[in-house]
Design a binder for this molecule. Sequence first.
Ligand SMILES: C[S@@+](CC[C@H](N)C(=O)[O-])C[C@H]1O[C@@H](n2cnc3c(N)ncnc32)[C@H](O)[C@@H]1O
Length: 300
Amino acid sequence: MAEKKQSTEPAEGFSPDWLRLREPADHQARSALLTEKLVLWRERFSDFGVVDLGSGTASNFRYLCPKLGMNQTWTLLDNDIGLLSCIAERLAEWAVETNSQFDRISPNSATIKHANFSAHLTWQSCDLAKELNTIDVENTHLMTGSALLDLTSAAWMSRLAHIINAQQCASLFVLSYNGKLHWQPELQFDKQITELLNAHQLTDKGFGNALGPSAYEYLMSELTSHAIESDPTDWILDQDSHAIQEVLISDWAAAAAEQNPLRSNDIKEWSQQRTHYLEKEQSTLRVGHVDTLSLPADNL
Ligand SMILES: C[S@@+](CC[C@H](N)C(=O)[O-])C[C@H]1O[C@@H](n2cnc3c(N)ncnc32)[C@H](O)[C@@H]1O
């Protein structure tokens, strides 16, 4: 890993606590429209195979599984074994919340059963930057990823698109950061922070120089044999999202200072002013995201 995996993410990387904190905001923001289109397309298959790239602790599964119905098979891939080791516990909790039955089959597999949906899941360690071409995509109908694309490079997404085009499967990549941040109340220095952050987004997050805010557009342009749709899925973080805003202020200040150490004092002042608004319960933040769905043109 050439650089810290920060940018719109916390400096320490992707801790289970951070992924847990952001999950409700992620699920709330996701495109109901694109999900509905995927669910309609899925109906033609009795068994539905899904590969989730950069799965973390399986947030994407928890969102999609109840909507995709019966007989799903999920392969969850991530290079962070700490996150993968949390999956079983997170799924067991979620099964209680959703009135489903969770059964651990092996150290890295489980089943979820509910009256309206069922899935067999396997989770595996995989460095997607190096091992993308080794993934078994036979019987895969959907390749998906949540909050992943902006970390990746053009060369890596071209390889991903090649697999999706060749497999003629669907793809759903959600919550890709689009470079747009809007704070209320505004501060003069917000614009500079966004510029520094967006420049930091283009550094190497392990996949080669990242495309950051333009990543989702690049992937869409490479999915040549697919009908493609995108939908804005911004996070709207108000006073109820105090904890997320707190992490983001601190992390973005760190990323901005790393990008331009000469502005460290201005950045520190910005962070203090933003924290002041947050503590007075006056702070709202919109973080621009986009979901993209591609369906194979030959199988619409
Ligand atoms: C922002 S987190 C999103 C996690 C999860 N999809 C979610 O929505 O909660 C990005 C994920 O990509 C994974 N990741 C980053 N680089 C990776 C790589 N080279 N190979 C596999 N996974 C990677 C991280 O470990 C992390 O779980």
